[in-house]
Design a protein around this ligand. Structure first.
Ligand code: SF4
Length: 146
């Protein structure tokens, strides 16, 4: 079996700036660009390391606005919450070995792929709507030509 490579890392090798814009960079005012987020999520969804990436970000409590495993901060929190209700406390740091928490998260994610995909697509729709609204606002703000 070949070595799995992260899609973002492949892109980063070719163009670090684009990779940064898609997965991490915020616009002025601290918000992420909805178009960049949507594209990053789309790439993540076909990344061969998606579940590992997501498990890692949940177990290490990455609470920034970057995209990991096709999810932003809120979706990662949502998935972690669903996991906890199911008895998997991947984010709890009280003495449990981080590798064990990561493995438990990974097992859960692999066994609940439809839930992961559903949370991802609901949030992706949110970003698309956000993009449409911003475009509409920008059009309204354009001066009317005589
Ligand atoms: S799933 Fe993770 S490793 Fe893969 S492209 Fe997305 S952020 Fe990168």
């Amino acid at each position: 079996m070949g070595i799995k490579r992260a899609s973002c890392a492949e892109l980063e090798k070719r163009n670090p700036h684009i990779a940064d814009v898609l997965w991490h960079q915020a616009e002025e005012g601290g918000r992420r660009s909805p178009k960049a987020v949507d594209l990053a999520i789309m790439i993540c969804m076909s990344c061969p390391l998606r579940m590992e990436c997501l498990a890692d970000s949940i177990a290490n409590v990455f609470d920034d606005e970057s995209i990991y495993g096709g999810m932003g901060r809120r979706e990662r929190q949502t998935i972690a919450g669903i996991m906890e209700n199911d008895g998997v406390h991947a984010r709890r740091r009280d003495g449990v070995d981080p590798d064990k928490r990561r493995l438990a998260a990974l097992e859960w994610l692999r066994a609940h792929r439809p839930i992961v995909d559903q949370v991802t697509s609901m949030r992706r729709e949110y970003w698309r709507e956000d993009y449409r609204k911003r475009k509409a606002r920008a059009r309204q703000a354009e001066p009317v030509s005589a």
